[in-house]
Design a protein around this ligand. Structure first.
Ligand code: NAD
Length: 521
């Protein structure tokens, strides 16, 4: 039971040692009261920090950067290796804290910490591979090469739904690249941020760099806005809604800084008639119901070939109803739970408003559609949580309801049908966001058209064949196009965002040689 587990998880992770944290009964107007979304009960209070504290943290981060950047990259990698080991050690309690504070099920919470372990391992290898290239000079006795240099303190802003992993993707790479960080987490998940940052900070402090990982917890107008406007952060990496990204993008661009934006998604799965329908069904249900529809990569739309649509959509509805009827919605820390709560009451209202709009716009609710009846909870003692039914809405053939073009952060799946693959791809691309996309097919041709190297296929940053939209491996660059912001984090060459590139030309002759054959004598 969540509440019984609460004190021990917080104790194990040293949460109470943080001077910002108080018992919920001691919280005042200066604190944010952190609630368990599964029960509606308070967990703790966290003091909101001021812009003056941000300034102090930034100053320390600048100094930490100067000391850290001179540490050779492979040695930085060894510190990151030790940080990864700290997350290995605390995998379970940290995963459980995520489940308790954010509401995703325990297995997903632990999986989120595992992502930090994985990206730490990746970053350790990378610490010996931060290489530029050499190129031939057009001038005799000249050498040209590129080198990548540490960038500076990175401001990291994170969303509530991945309160640990998204910081890890940024922090592990930035650290091997020679950057310091200041993290401004969501006020909906500050305890996970405190526990996560603490583990890294302790390892960095033992290595002689106590201010490498800064953490500032405060309101958007008090600390968020000053952070994004501060020229001491050459890079702001921000994850969250498109609304937030538009604001952060504009402010940072206004001071000619760099941004790495990871914003909202509106992800679709196309199901071709020759697909493995069992596989497609499982992937759609996990993608739309998992994390209660609160992943940036959650499946929000199903685009199904008209020849199989009626049967297939009926199967999705049956699966959704069985999640409710079999009482698989409830406490995220209970092993039998498949779907936890929404993060707070506003999300329940957004869910209800979206369903009302969908119905008014001509959508047909085939499953769910309501706040969960507490009688359907696995454990009625947690009836104060923010539970809803997984919801399936059928749209008219070959089109979207206007509401389906928005990202509602809730377990709502909109289904439509198509007759040709061109039509399906056009539907999949017809939203402003461009994060994750998938097709289920047995046909090499359909796969090729979806992944068409000309760009005529999926317009998303992530394109999957015969697997769902939700989730990603850390080895690939993660991120999306269009209103998703264009940023790339995690694997591949995403590390380059955390460094500055320098083209170096060295002349070892004695003639005065200009490029482009220019003579100046
Ligand atoms: P949100 O936009 O409300 O908040 C995200 C973060 O931005 C928070 O830390 C918030 O305090 C901060 N913020 C907001 N306004 C700010 C400002 N003016 N200055 C500085 N900071 C500011 O998002 P949320 O509700 O926490 O998260 C859900 C959203 O995040 C969804 O849209 C989801 O798709 C998106 N998301 C995207 C990815 C991705 O990788 N693309 C990953 C996770 C979540």
């Amino acid at each position: 039971m969540t509440t019984a587990a609460t004190p021990s998880i917080l104790d194990t992770l040293g949460i109470w040692d943080d001077p910002r944290v108080v018992q919920s009964s001691d919280a005042t107007d200066d604190h944010v009261l952190v609630e368990n979304p599964a029960t509606g009960e308070p967990i703790a209070g966290v003091r909101l920090q001021s812009s003056a504290e941000l300034d102090e943290t930034t100053t320390k981060s600048v100094e930490a950067f100067k000391a850290w950047r001179v540490v050779p990259a492979p040695e930085r990698g060894q510190v990151v290796r030790a940080i990864g080991d700290a997350y290995r050690e605390y995998l379970e309690p940290l995963g459980e804290l995520i489940a308790m504070e954010m509401g995703k099920i325990r297995a997903e919470g632990i999986g989120e910490v595992q992502e930090v372990v994985d990206i730490a391992d990746f970053a350790v290898g990378l610490s010996r591979q931060l290489h530029g290239i050499t190129m031939p000079s057009e001038r005799a006795q000249h050498i040209m090469k590129e080198q990548y240099l540490p960038l500076g303190p990175v401001g990291v802003i994170t969303a509530f739904n991945f309160p640990c992993a998204v910081w890890g993707w940024n922090a592990m790479l930035a650290a091997v690249c020679g950057d310091s960080l200041v993290w401004k987490p969501s006020l909906l998940a500050p305890l996970t941020a405190i526990a996560t940052n603490r583990l890294a900070q302790q390892v960095a402090a033992e290595a002689g760099h106590p201010d490498l990982f800064g953490l500032i917890i405060g309101a958007d107008d008090e600390v968020g806005e000053p952070m994004i406007a501060d020229r001491r952060y050459p890079l702001i990496s921000a994850t969250g809604s498109c609304r937030m990204g538009r604001r952060v993008g504009a402010v940072v661009a206004g001071r000619l800084g760099k941004t790495l934006l990871e914003l909202g998604g509106n992800n679709a799965i196309i199901v071709e008639p020759d697909a493995d329908l069992d596989l497609a069904l499982k992937s759609i249900v996990f993608g739309s119901v998992g994390t209660c529809g609160q992943r940036c990569t959650s499946t929000r739309r199903a685009i199904i070939h008209e020849s199989i649509a009626d049967d297939f959509i009926a199967k999705i509805a049956t699966a959704y109803k069985s999640v409710v009827d079999n009482k698989r919605i409830g406490d995220p820390l209970d092993e039998s739970t498949l779907m936890g709560p929404l993060i707070h009451e506003e999300s329940v209202l957004a869910f209800e408003n979206a369903i009302k709009a969908a119905t008014e716009q001509g959508g047909e609710v085939l499953a769910g559609g309501k706040r969960l009846d507490p009688g359907n909870l696995a454990n009625e003692a947690i009836r104060g949580g923010h539970y809803v039914e997984p919801t399936l809405i059928r749209m008219p053939a070959g089109t979207h309801l206007p509401i389906a073009l928005d990202e509602t952060f809730a377990p709502i799946l909109y289904a439509t049908t198509y007759s040709t693959l061109d039509e399906a791809i056009a539907l999949q691309n017809a939203v402003d966001q461009g994060l994750s996309s998938a097709i289920f097919t047995g046909s090499v041709r359909a796969m090729g058209r979806f992944l068409d190297p000309s760009g005529a296929g999926s317009d998303c940053g992530l394109a999957y064949v015969n697997l769902g939209t939700s989730g990603a491996e850390i080895g690939g660059a993660f991120g999306g196009e269009k209103d998703t912001g264009g940023g790339r984090e995690s694997g591949s060459d995403a590390w380059k965002a955390y460094m500055r590139r320098q083209t170096c030309t060295m002349h070892f002759g004695d003639s005065f040689a200009l490029a482009q054959g220019i003579r100046f004598e």
